[in-house]
Design a protein around this ligand. Sequence first.
Ligand code: ADP
Ligand code: MG
Length: 329
Amino acid sequence: MAKRRAAGEFELIAAYFRPLAEGHAGALELADDAALLDVAPGRRLVVTADTIVAGVHFFPDDPPDLIARKLLRVNLSDLAAMGARPLAYLLGLALPKEAGAEWLEAFCRGLGADQEEFGLALIGGDTVATPGPTTLTLTALGEAVPGEELRRSGAKAGDLVFVSGTIGDAVLGLEARRGGLEALQGTLREHVLGRYHLPRPRLELGMRLRGVAHAALDISDGLVGDLAHVCAASGVGAVIAWPKVPLSEAARRAVEADPALVPALLAGGDDYELLFTAAAEAKEEIAALARELALPLSEVGHITEGRDVRVIDAEGCEIEVEQLGYRHF
Ligand code: ADP
Ligand code: MG
């Protein structure tokens, strides 16, 4: 279920949908991870939606409970990227006739497990039949402290760039799910498959980054492509040092076996880690937060005054990362 985005998709949004958002400041010009909606003084809703399609974002024969949990988690990841706390969600299902009780039972079992884990409930939605592939939409509602949301637009030249967890596992998991990456076996293979099927929305981290991070988003498109989104929103550039990019043991082994995988790890989507920028003075505070949350927070580069995002290797040579995302249109 790669959360895929493309240049064409952004052009469509800019051309057709952005004009409809004009006049609503909380739409954030349809260019952030979620929208903000003031509901009462001091109370602000954070709203995000994602749609996934069988054969495009997930394999039709994926276990239904895993499809459901990933659908919920990719939305929770957008709430995390805003520093929001989850409240509730709505579910829109377009199901082919073949989707029987067994599929739905497993799908709802998955949702039930994750509702409990993340502390939210289903509050509405819609269910229709379709002659096309299974198409699932989830809208998540969260709450943020007004003015303290994490936005994509606050990165400043000189900021350090941090990422949570490890990078590139999910794109390896997708490759393994397709039957590739035979070099990766046993627990290492299970690790990347798990990272692909079941992302971990970094909700606690997002909330704790309020007042610390200058800009943040969740990595759904890939490290380089998503950093480019932060840079575009903030009017800055960035340099990433490949040797600083945190890799799991599985990813390290995969790259050792095939160094040509490096650009794929830098550009591959679906990790759902948080990327954020912060002042160099916040380094100690961020290290302390990493210890407290038992979650690695790695400095991978810094923000520049330019406009481009570059990746350099151990020798300072630029690594070309061509494919920044999947093209829907
Ligand atoms: P994310 O990966 O964080 O979920 P997306 O790439 O899916 O973000 O969307 C980028 C931005 O475009 C978001 O602010 C989203 O709300 C907006 N967007 C995407 N499609 C539409 C649409 N059809 N109508 C309105 N806004 C949209
Ligand atoms: Mg996002």
